[in-house]
Structures are given as C-alpha cells and as structure tokens.
Design a protein around this ligand. Structure first.
Ligand code: ATP
Length: 501
C-alpha cells in the first residue's frame, strides 16, 4: 500500500486501490459492474457491465485495436464465430488437453484447482509427480491449510452444447463447444486473411471477443470468470526468425501499452513460465503480472496474470493442415481440406509460419486500470473523496456539463446546448441532480476528467468554468473555445518508454 501527496494538497491519499473489494463496491455504487442475476441470488462469478463499465471496456478495446490494427501496418483484424466446428478443438489439442487438475479438501470439503495451491510445484521447477506430492502432504488447501487432499483428477474446461433443434444431449455428432480462446478462429482463417489481404510475413491477425472456460474456482470479482473477453493477436513469422527475442519485444511493447493506459510500472512485473508448466503448444511463455492483491503481506502473493505472451511455434497451423504426415506416412489430420502453409516468393520455399501470441484479457485489464486509477483525497472540510484518475482516453465520460442553478431556465438551456455542441467531438453528459459539490464529487468518483459549470455570469460573458478532476483547479473558458480547449487537454497520457524488469 503506498501513500503520496498531491502537489497541491497537504493531505495524504491512496494512489491505488487498497484491495479488490474497494473496486467491487465502487463499481456497483457507480454503475460500472453489477453482480449478474442478482435478483435470483446471483450466478457464481458472473458480472454485468453497467452504463459506465461498458464505456470503459469499449475504450480499452478501442485503444488496443487502434494501437495494433490502425497504428501499425502489419496487423489485420477479424471477428470469428464463438461456436466453431468441433474438429477445430480436436486438432488444436483442446479436447484432449485443455483441462485443469482438480482436488478436494477432505477436511473443509472445498474443491480447488490443484496447480494454484501452495506446494504443488517443486521449488526450482523440474520433473514432478503431483499425486506423489499430494500423498506426501506437501500440497496445502487454500481454504483451511490442511494437506488432507484427494489425488488430482482432470476436468476439461470447455463448455459443451448441442447444435440443432432435434439434437439430443447425448448425440456426439451434435456436440459443440463455446470457444475457450479466440486464437483458434484466427488460425483457421490464416490463409483467408493472408491471401485476401495479400500479406507477406511477418504479419499479425488480431481479434477481440468472448471466451468461455468452466473454471473450477472462479472468483476475485472479474479477475477469473467463466465468461470473459480476450484481446488476442497471432503474429506470424518465418520458421528461422528469432522467436525467443520476438517474445521479449512483444513483452516490452505491451508493458508500454499498459503504462500508456495509466498503469504504474511498479504494479507490473514479468513471470517467465517454467518449462514444466508450459501449455502443450508453447516453447516459451512470459506472463505480465499485475499487483491485484496489494493488501497481502507477502510480496510473492500480491500478483496474478494480466496477460501472457507465448511462442506457439507452428503447432496450430501445422495441426490444422491437411498435408503433414506421421512416421508411417499417415496424414496427421485426415479431416482438414486445406493446407495452411505459406509460400515465400523470395526464397522459393513453402513452410508453416511460426507464431508469437500476445493474449490479454479485457476484464483483467479493466480491473487493473480501475485499481491503478483509484485514489482518495481529503478536502478542506476533512471529507474523504474518491477520485478515479483514469487516463482521459479511457474515461467513460470526458466532460460533465453542470448548471449552477437548475431552476433558472436560461442557465439550464445554455448548459444543455453546450452538452449537445460537445457531443460530436467527445462524450459529454448533462447533470443537474444535486448541488454543485455533490455533482463534482460524483464525477470525480467515476473518473470524468472535466466538469464544465454554467453560472449566472455565463449568461453575460459567454464563458464557463472548467474544473480539472486531478488538481481541482478551475479556469474560465469562452464557450466558443471550449471544444478545442477540452480536446487539447484530453490527449492520451504520453506513452512511457518500456522497461523490461
Ligand atoms: P490463468 O493461468 O490465470 O488461468 P491462462 O494462462 O490460462 O490464465 P491464457 O490462456 O493465457 O490464460 O489467456 C489469456 C488471457 O485471457 C489471460 O492472461 C487473462 O487475461 C484472460 N483470461 C483467461 N482466463 C480468464 C478467466 N477465467 N477470466 C478472466 N480472464 C481470463
């Protein structure tokens, strides 16, 4: 937990949220995120995004899309189906291996994901036998600390459904899955994108969308849910590219992007996933971790994955292709009708491109952004105020137009006209539901960078007061200059030079 002083304030304040619970309550109180299905007792770990949450999530996704698809020249976007042919999941390896180890505590009866428990992995990494470790009492229940656990068994995390009105639940030909990652929709469209957009390596394909995993232990608000949103990008390169170095380069770029969203570098760190813990397709994975649990005393336990950057080799393109054969010259994939290889004109060579995959979560980014933006400040009257110091590019509302006297039709009319004139260039709202102090406090708490107040004087001098969320300083601005003034000050936070730690 860190304290600091605002330059113009003598009072100490929080500069990040002290814990996730603070954000859960702010999010519900102010219309960012609500517990889903609450009127029926809720649905474990499902959350609905309210009027401000949906704006914030859209702004995160737009920032990502602009950064990768618009500002770079080597990335295309797509939007593939959530339900794909079941064979996609057979050949991607998900049917056979996308499972988590599950254990039950015999003492407190809690069911948990074994690989998240203390003692599951041997210190220093290397080969290990999880059930031997459980039997030896080395693995501890996260709830009660007991080592009296059942042996691990595997649970496939893909959500199953059946296609077609007449299909029975048991009919294997009707079985389908909700996608557990957006990546496969990109791999199966590799050739479509490459040929229609006439792309040469290296190039990437980006996709944002919902994914579904039947998590054993969802929780911690929107950090781990069964339905979530991903921003994934597959960057296709030659087989002889410097893959491990490319992973580092993408890690550095993403650190830069997160800092550009307003996240303090001190709350980000890297985790090199040990060889024994890599996914079946990965030769190297680096996770970017965020300090979601600053309240935990042990530094080690404060972090959770925000995103991962993996070197997926040519595993996916090769396994979805019709041509590769095994040692007995039998086709590895007899179901595919296409060969997803690439012909390199300059080298006159055909090969399967290799892939670097930065995979980020929308919801985890949103939570990190909210935690980092949270601050508290005490005013002259000794009242504590919450200020959400969101980066202007992410703030759900950029300017709130507030009339000083709501019973004065001329002031109200002028305020509403200003709101309408600003709307085409920035998201503005009109609010007259309280006294000016209350209105300022509400806008500070939802992260609105500017409040624009229309008062009696405005009717005469055609000027308004612009109040800054972070400094509480006020400036008088002519209405005719207002849009330009706000736009200039709303420019995104400067991008910080990346530091890889
Ligand atoms: P974890 O180890 O936390 O389960 P993972 O390594 O399985 O995550 P990836 O498959 O790498 O996750 O998915 C990429 C990103 O998608 C994650 O870094 C995270 O931001 C997001 N994500 C994955 N699972 C969830 C989930 N259940 N809820 C919310 N976001 C998720």
């Amino acid at each position: 937990m860190r304290f600091t002083n605002f330059t113009n304030s003598v009072n100490p304040v929080f500069v990040t949220a002290p814990n996730i619970d603070t954000i859960v309550s702010l999010a519900k109180r102010r219309g960012f995120v609500f517990p889903s299905s609450e009127i029926y007792g809720g649905l474990g770990s499902a959350w609905d995004y309210g009027p401000l949450g949906v704006e914030l999530a859209n702004n995160v996704k737009q920032s990502w899309w602009r950064w990768l698809v618009y500002e770079r020249d080597d990335i295309e976007g797509i939007d593939s189906s959530i339900i794909l042919n079941r064979l996609v999941w057979k050949y991607s390896g998900h049917e056979a291996t996308f499972h988590d180890p599950l254990v039950d505590c015999r003492e407190c009866k809690t069911r948990m994901r074994a690989d998240k428990l203390e003692g599951y992995f041997p210190e220093g990494g290397g080969e290990f036998n999880p059930n031997e470790r459980i039997r030896a009492g080395l693995v501890k229940c996260a709830e009660c600390g007991s080592t009296n656990l059942t042996e691990e068994r595997f649970f496939n995390m893909m959500f199953r459904t059946t296609l077609g009105a007449a299909a029975s639940d048991e009919d294997p030909s009707a079985l389908a899955y909700l996608r557990p990652e957006t990546a496969q929709g990109i791999f199966i469209n590799f050739l479509n994108v490459q040929t229609t957009m006439r792309r040469k390596l290296p190039f990437g394909i980006a996709q944002v969308g919902k994914s579904f995993r039947n998590e054993i232990t969802p929780g911690n608000f929107i950090l781990r849910t069964r339905e979530f949103e991903q921003m994934e990008m597959e960057y296709f390169v030659k087989p002889d590219a410097e893959h491990l170095k490319l992973v580092d380069e993408w890690v550095a770029l993403y650190l830069e992007w997160f800092k550009g969203l307003g996240i303090d570098g001190a709350n980000l760190k890297l985790h090199e996933v040990p060889q024994g813990e890599l996914a079946h397709y990965s030769k190297r994975t680096v996770d970017i971790m965020y300090r979601y649990f600053p309240e935990r005393e042990e530094e080690e336990r404060q972090w959770e994955e925000l995103m991962g950057i993996a070197y997926r080799t040519d595993f996916d393109l090769r396994s979805h292709s019709s041509k590769p054969v095994d040692e007995e010259s039998k086709r590895i994939n007899p179901d595919s009708t296409e060969d997803l290889s690439y012909f390199d004109e300059s080298a006159k060579q055909r090969f399967y491109p290799h892939v670097i995959e930065p995979a980020a979560g929308v919801n985890r980014t949103l939570l990190a952004v909210l935690m980092d933006a949270y601050s508290e400040r005490t005013n002259d009257k000794g009242e504590t105020r919450v200020i959400l110091k969101l980066s202007p590019q992410l703030a759900p509302i950029k300017a709130a137009i507030l009339p000083l006297a709501k019973n004065k039709p001329e002031i109200v009319g002028m305020a509403k006209a200003i709101k309408r004139s600003l709307q085409p260039v920035l998201r503005a709202v009109y609010d007259d539901t309280g006294g000016i102090g209350k209105l300022y406090a509400r806008q500070d708490e939802i992260g609105t960078p500017f409040c624009v107040t229309v008062d009696h004087q405005s009717l005469e001098d055609e000027a308004v007061t612009v109040r800054d969320r972070d400094t509480w300083e006020q400036e008088r601005i002519k209405v005719t200059d207002l849009a330009e003034h706000l736009q200039k000050r709303l420019k995104p936070f400067p991008i910080v030079t990346p530091e890889v730690s």
